[in-house]
Design a protein around this ligand. Structure first.
Ligand code: PEP
Ligand code: MG
Length: 535
C-alpha cells in the first residue's frame, strides 16, 4: 500500500476501482532486411494480420460507419500489393514494408485537391497502426472499449481520447501531465468523473489491474489499499454521496442571493448529452456549448446538415438560452483529419477565431448551421479568442452574410440572434469598454485569461502553483470587464472554470457577475454559495 498526495485539485468525488493503464505503445517497425528464403514467411504474417484486422473492423463497423470505411481501406488490394512488393522486391521485413506502404498511401491522400479525400490520410494511418499492432503482437489501448469499472491512468489524455470515455465505467482519471484547467480536466468534470492531474510518477507506481482509491477533492491516491483503507474509502464515498443528496434538495430554488439579486446558473457542455446531464441541476441555460467537440468526434469537418441537426437538438432540449461558441480549435485541441503545422507556441498560435476567419467557407458552414437551428430555440452566438474590434466586426459581418443568404433562400432563423464574445485575452480586458459597445454579451474565459494575463501555461504542471485565478491581476481584469459590460447595459457571464469554484462565488458576486456557467457537477455547490451570499 502507498499513499500519494497531490497538491492542486479541481474536481470532486471518491473512486475505488482497478487501474487501467492507457499507454501509447511503441509501434515503430523493427528494422530489417530479409533473405530471399524469408519472403514467404513475411507475406504469410501480413495475410494473418490482414485477417485479424478485418475481423476486428467487421465487429466495429457494425456499430460505427467510420470503421466501415476503415474496413474498406484495410481490404484494398493496392495496400496488399504495396506491402508484398516491398517484401519481395526490396527485401524488407513485413513491419517495415507495412509502415512504408502506409506512409506512401497517406502521402497520396494528403496532396489531393478534394478536402474530404485529404482527410482520409488520417484514416490510413489509423489502419496502419492497427496492422502494426497485430504484426508486433501488441493490444492497442482503447478507452472506448473498457468493459469494467476502472480508474484510467495515463501520461496525458487529449480531448479526442477523453470523448471516447464511458462515464458509467471510468470511475476516475489520473494523469502525469496536465493542469487543472487543461481540457482533459474540464471534460472529465463535465462527465462527473473525479480527476487528478499532474501526478508525477503515477504510472510507475501503479500496475494494470491493481486496486486503487482516490479522493479527487482532497488530492489523495492510495495504491494497492489494505482492507481497512478500502473500507475507509467506501465509507467516504458514501458520505460524499449523502452530501450530494443534501445539495440536490436546493435545486428547486432559483439562484437568488439573500440580498435579492438573481443570478443565472448555466452549464458548460460539449454536446446534447451534456445538456441532458445538466438539466436535472435546474440550470438557467447553457452558457458555453463547446462546438469543437462536434468537430473532434468526427472524421471530417462536419457538414452544415450534420451540425444543424446537433444544434437543433440542443436548442430543443433547453428552453432557456443556448450559447454556442464557434469553433475553438488549436492550442491543445486537434482534429484527427486536419494536419496543423507544428507551432512553437500553440496557445499563442493559430487557434479559435483566427482559424475561422482564415477558413471562411468552413466558418460559414458552421454559422449557417447555427442560424438555421436558431429557429428552434433561444440560441446565442459567441466568438472565442477575440483580440481586436476588427475581428469582432469581421465575425459579425460574416454572420450577417450568412443571414442574408438564408433569407434569400427563405430559410427561417432568429433575426435578432445575439452575438457576443469570450473575454479571455488581455487585449479584450484593455478594450472592454470598446467591445461592450459592439458585442451583445460578454463571457469571461478565465482559463485562458489567467494563462495569458499571468504568462502561465494552463497545462504545465511545473508552474501549476503559479496558475491562480485569484491573482490580483486576474481579479482586476474581471472587475474591469464587468464594469465595462454593465456601463453599456450588456450581460456579463463567466464560463471559465473559476465560475464553478464555490470558493470564488462570493468574490464574483461582489464584483457583480450576472451569469455563472460551469460543469454540471459544480452547479449544486455554486447554488448553495449564491443562496447564502448576504449582498
Ligand atoms: C476559457 O478559456 O476560460 C474557456 C472557457 O475556454 P476553453 O477552456 O475552452 O479554452
Ligand atoms: Mg478559452
Amino acid at each position: 500500500m502507498e499513499k500519494i498526495s497531490v497538491e492542486k485539485t479541481a474536481s470532486r468525488g471518491i473512486a475505488v476501482a482497478k487501474v487501467y493503464k492507457y499507454l501509447e505503445p511503441d509501434l515503430s517497425p523493427s528494422a530489417g532486411i530479409i533473405a530471399d528464403s524469408e519472403t514467404e514467411t513475411e507475406i504469410q504474417k501480413f495475410a494473418q494480420a490482414k485477417a485479424d484486422v478485418t475481423k476486428e473492423l467487421e465487429a466495429l463497423a457494425a456499430e460505427n460507419e467510420i470503421f466501415a470505411a476503415h474496413l474498406e481501406i484495410a481490404g484494398d488490394f493496392a495496400l496488399q500489393d504495396g506491402v508484398e512488393a516491398k517484401i519481395k522486391d526490396d527485401h524488407k521485413n513485413v513491419q517495415l514494408a507495412m509502415q512504408n506502404t502506409v506512409e506512401e498511401f497517406a502521402a497520396l491522400f494528403e496532396v489531393m485537391e478534394d478536402e474530404y479525400m485529404r482527410e482520409r490520410a488520417a484514416d490510413v494511418r489509423d489502419i496502419g497502426k492497427r496492422f502494426m499492432a497485430k504484426l508486433k503482437g501488441i493490444t492497442l489501448p482503447d478507452l472506448g472499449g473498457i468493459q469494467e469499472e476502472t480508474i484510467v491512468v495515463a501520461r496525458d489524455l487529449f480531448p479526442s481520447d477523453t470523448v471516447k470515455i464511458n462515464p458509467q465505467l471510468v470511475k476516475g482519471i489520473l494523469t502525469e501531465e496536465g493542469g487543472v484547467t487543461s481540457h482533459v480536466s474540464i471534460l472529465a468534470k463535465s462527465m462527473n468523473i473525479p480527476i487528478l492531474v499532474g501526478v508525477t510518477g503515477i504510472l510507475a507506481k501503479l500496475e494494470d489491474g491493481m486496486p486503487v482509491c482516490m479522493d479527487a477533492g482532497k488530492g489523495v491516491i492510495v495504491a494497492d489499499p489494505d482492507d481497512a483503507t478500502l473500507a475507509e474509502y467506501e465509507a467516504a464515498k458514501e458520505a460524499y454521496e449523502k452530501e450530494c443528496e443534501r445539495l440536490k434538495s436546493l435545486r428547486g430554488k432559483p439562484a437568488v442571493t439573500k440580498g435579492g439579486k438573481r443570478v443565472y446558473l448555466c452549464a458548460n457542455v460539449g454536446n446534447a448529452e451534456g445538456i441532458r446531464n445538466a438539466l436535472p441541476m435546474n440550470i438557467d441555460g447553457v452558457g458555453l456549448f463547446r462546438s469543437e467537440f462536434l468537430y473532434m468526434e468526427n472524421t471530417h469537418f462536419p457538414t452544415e446538415e450534420e451540425q444543424f441537426e446537433v444544434y437543433k437538438e440542443a436548442a430543443q432540449l433547453i428552453p432557456q438560452e443556448l450559447t454556442i461558441r464557434t469553433l475553438d480549435i488549436g492550442g491543445d485541441k486537434s482534429l484527427s483529419y486536419f494536419e496543423f503545422e507544428q507551432e512553437e507556441n500553440p496557445f499563442l498560435g493559430w487557434r479559435a477565431i483566427r482559424i475561422s476567419l482564415d477558413m471562411k467557407d468552413m466558418f460559414k458552414t458552421q454559422l449557417r448551421a447555427i442560424l438555421r437551428a436558431s429557429a428552434f430555440g433561444h440560441i446565442r452566438i459567441m466568438f472565442p479568442m477575440i483580440i481586436s474590434l476588427e475581428e469582432l466586426r469581421q465575425a459579425k459581418e460574416i454572420t450577417k452574410e450568412c443571414m442574408a443568404e438564408l433569407a434569400a433562400e427563405q430559410v427561417e432563423y432568429d433575426k435578432n440572434i445575439e452575438m457576443g464574445m469570450m473575454m479571455e485575452t488581455p487585449a479584450s480586458v484593455l478594450l472592454a469598454e470598446e467591445f461592450a459597445k459592439e458585442a451583445d454579451f460578454f463571457s469571461i474565459g478565465t482559463n485562458d485569461l489567467t494563462q495569458y494575463l499571468l504568462a502561465v501555461d494552463r497545462g504545465n504542471k511545473k508552474i501549476a502553483d503559479r496558475y491562480d485565478y485569484f491573482h490580483p491581476a486576474v481579479l482586476k481584469g474581471i472587475e474591469q470587464i464587468i464594469r465595462a459590460g454593465h456601463k453599456e447595459g450588456i450581460k456579463v457571464g463567466m464560463c471559465g472554470e473559476m465560475a464553478g469554484d464555490a470558493k470564488a462565488v462570493p468574490k464574483l458576486l461582489e464584483l457583480g457577475l450576472d451569469e455563472f456557467s460551469m460543469s454540471a457537477g459544480s452547479v449544486d455547490y455554486v447554488r448553495e454559495q449564491v443562496l447564502e451570499f448576504p449582498g
